[in-house]
Design a protein around this ligand. Structure first.
Ligand code: ATP
Ligand code: MN
Length: 477
């Protein structure tokens, strides 16, 4: 008999029908009640075993995490907590699980401990919920763009340009460090390497997306990016997924509108499609909050926070306006910030971003028009000669979730800025061709996928929203 997924069983009309289900035992109570989970939903189904007519040796093998297949009839449940249950008729063990050796006990484990056994953490309620939500969000991203006629572009993972984030890139090479040949100048001779030049893992697909946008109109990338930044924070990974839309003819306003509607669309999609999972994560977070001192507790629960985000438009203001707010803020005056805001031009730290979002505006914020010194060379220069058409979206509990800009489409202005910032003009000649041949205003942004998953799941450490996190000193599994 074909397998029926537990999710279907719980929503469909299966009363008095005979089905086969397969899954992993969560608990086995009173030698009679199995809580079975198959990963299709956070809910378990209760399987009732006729223990008097079952081999005791078989009953003994119904341990936590044993994998079983059961055939039986679906009936209205006698007990509390579930509408239907299965009366087992045929029970088969597909895979035994030694209860003594199994690292996950049916009790609460810390997230830190579970990170050490990331290969098994999928089997917990929390992580199965997180990864179903992550799945729904990645589908929502594609759905959003596809419904709007965007073309999905696969930008390269291995890149030959190190124009952006030179210091933060991972090298890609087949050279053996023991036998590597050196040039007279002391540098490595990459002409004998696989690509006959120096190559790296991409830090962003933006430059390639721009090339595509200036022919296809609206495009997006959604793929892994790599940064060798040695920042061991709860919001940085060395390998993370990024979504980078790029649109010909968009200006910064259009760019902000696009980002805001994308974020709201994804949050709404997850709320609709993963209601039980988010409900579970909501309770999990509420439980966790209880163990914190009153002052540190979040003002809103997860569900409330997500709904709030949908119901309100994001606060939009310029960097210069934000600096005024920060300068006059209580933590700045009382010297509570680690980095005090003294003058215009300061780069905002996450403490400042979080103050603006969580304390001052109490909603998502879009900051625009940053000083050109703290932003990348390709951002469109404003007429004031000081700022560029950049935008960062800041979220409560997360800080920066999106970074983007209107791009500098004017060739002379772009080259001038590259020279000022020591970006090799020759090496990026291919990029400049877009400005040489039919340039146009265009804009785009990068959304960090894991930061979005963090927000929607209410998890607090980015290591807990990607199956196998890569961080400094850790590439386990
Ligand atoms: P941050 O200041 O937080 O390091 P950034 O300014 O380096 O971010 P961008 O280069 O603008 O970020 O990248 C676009 C988006 O990618 C960011 O808004 C963020 O959501 C995400 N992002 C950047 N670096 C990381 C990382 N190391 N791990 C996970 N997500 C990241
Ligand atoms: Mn960074």
């Amino acid at each position: 008999m074909a397998r029926t997924k537990i999710k279907e069983l719980l929503v469909g009309d299966f009363l008095d029908t005979k089905v086969t289900i397969k899954g992993w035992v969560r608990t086995f109570r009173n030698n009679q009640f199995i809580a079975l989970n198959d990963g299709s939903t956070i809910e378990n189904i209760q399987v009732v075993v006729d223990f008097e007519n079952t081999e005791p040796s078989l009953l003994k093998r119904l341990t936590t995490s044993a994998c079983i297949s059961v055939e039986g009839k679906i009936t209205a449940s006698q007990g509390k907590g579930q509408k239907v249950e299965m009366i087992a008729e045929k029970l088969e063990i597909l895979g035994d699980s030694d209860a003594e050796a199994y690292p996950l006990q049916p009790k609460k484990h810390s997230l830190e401990f579970l990170r050490e056994i990331a290969h098994l953490r999928f089997r917990t309620n929390t992580f199965s919920a997180v990864f179903r939500v992550r799945n729904a969000l990645s589908y929502a991203i594609h759905k959003f763009f596809q419904e709007r006629g965007f073309v999905y572009i696969h930008s390269p993972i291995i890149t030959g340009s190190d124009a952006e984030g030179a210091g933060e890139m991972f090298k890609v090479t087949t050279l053996d460090p023991k036998t590597v040949s050196l040039l007279d100048t002391g540098g490595v001779d990459y002409s004998v390497d696989f690509f006959e030049k120096e190559t790296h893992l991409t830090v962003s697909g933006q430059l390639e997306a721009e090339l595509a946008a200036l022919a296809l109109g609206d495009v997006y990338t959604f793929g892994p990016t790599f940064r060798a930044e040695n920042s061991n924070t709860s919001r940085h990974l060395a390998e993370f997924w990024m979504i980078e839309p790029e649109c010909a003819f968009n200006d910064l306003e259009d760019n902000m509108d696009l980002a805001e509607s994308l974020l709201k669309y994804c949050i709404k999609y997850a709320l609709d499609e993963c209601a039980e999972d988010i409900q579970f994560l909501n309770s999990r977070l509420a439980e966790e909050e209880k163990s914190k001192p009153q002052l540190e507790r979040a003002e809103m629960g997860l569900l409330e926070k997500l709904q709030f985000c949908l119901d309100h438009s994001f606060e939009r203001l310029t960097y210069s306006e934000a600096i005024e707010v920060l300068k006059n803020s209580t933590p700045n005056k009382k010297k509570k910030f680690k980095y005090l805001i003294e003058e215009w031009g300061a780069d905002l730290q996450s403490e400042h971003e979080r103050y603006l979002v969580e304390k001052h505006f109490k909603k998502p914020v879009i900051l625009t028009d940053y000083p050109k010194e703290i932003k990348a060379f390709y951002m469109r220069q404003n007429d004031d000669g000081k700022t560029v058409r950049a935008m960062d979206i800041l979220f409560p509990g997360i800080g920066e979730i999106v970074g983007g800009s209107q791009r500098e489409e004017r060739l002379e202005k772009l080259i001038e800025r590259m020279e000022q910032m020591d970006v090799p003009v020759e090496e990026l000649s291919w990029y400049l061709d877009t400005r040489r041949f039919g340039t146009c205003p265009h804009a785009g942004f990068g959304l960090g996928f894991e930061r979005l998953v963090l927000f929607v799941t209410g998890m607090t450490n980015i290591r807990d929203v990607i199956p196998f996190p890569r961080t400094p000193g850790n590439a386990e599994f």
